[in-house]
Design a protein around this ligand. Structure first.
Ligand code: ZN
Length: 175
């Protein structure tokens, strides 16, 4: 197991619509590493493109919260429908030290595959629904900065610019 580098704001892989997973035979190592990485960063969710993998896969662990849902891997997830709306302060491991109040539906009807390839369909609410929507955003190239207006973004303008610059430098160094 290993802690992976978390891709930061400004890296183009965070703007990609990720490829569906079709081969379920070789995911274990990546998933272990993603959990290690998420725990090290003290996050509750992590999408594959946040560790540089173009795959429709994310993990969530909110076992330590009131909802106490077991840690889970969600593959090829689709939000079928949603209802309600509520605000919640969200952060993101790819945008350190930045939080925004984001409006999202409270309940979702969600369909996904587990690591064995089985399909599941569930009605989900609360923090889990919130986290799933955040991760689904990642896998479709969206981030929390896109869900707020210019006024909300203004206090973080400099931070975002610095992050984008650092991502660009990192990519240049890899090239
Ligand atoms: Zn995020």
């Amino acid at each position: 197991m290993a802690v992976l580098d978390i891709v930061k704001y400004g890296d183009p892989i965070l703007r990609k619509v990720c490829n569906p997973v079709s081969d379920f035979s070789n995911l274990d190592q990546l998933i272990y590493d993603m959990f290690d990485t998420m725990y090290e960063a003290e996050g509750i969710g992590l999408a594959a493109n946040q560790v540089g993998q173009d795959m429709n896969l994310f993990i969530i662990d909110i076992a330590h919260t009131e909802e106490a849902v077991e840690p889970c891997v969600y593959i090829n997830g689709k939000i079928i429908s949603s209802k309600g709306e509520s605000p919640f302060e969200e952060g993101c491991l790819s945008i350190p030290e930045v939080t925004f109040e984001i409006m999202r539906p409270e309940f979702i009807h969600f369909k996904y595959q587990s690591i064995d390839g089985e399909w599941h369909e569930k009605e989900i609410g609360g923090l889990l629904a919130r986290a799933i929507q955040h991760e689904i955003d990642h896998l479709t190239g969206k981030m929390i900065v896109d869900r707020v207006n210019d006024v909300a973004r203004l206090p973080f303008k400099k931070q975002l610019k610095t992050l984008a610059k650092e991502s660009k430098q990192r990519l240049n160094n890899l090239a």
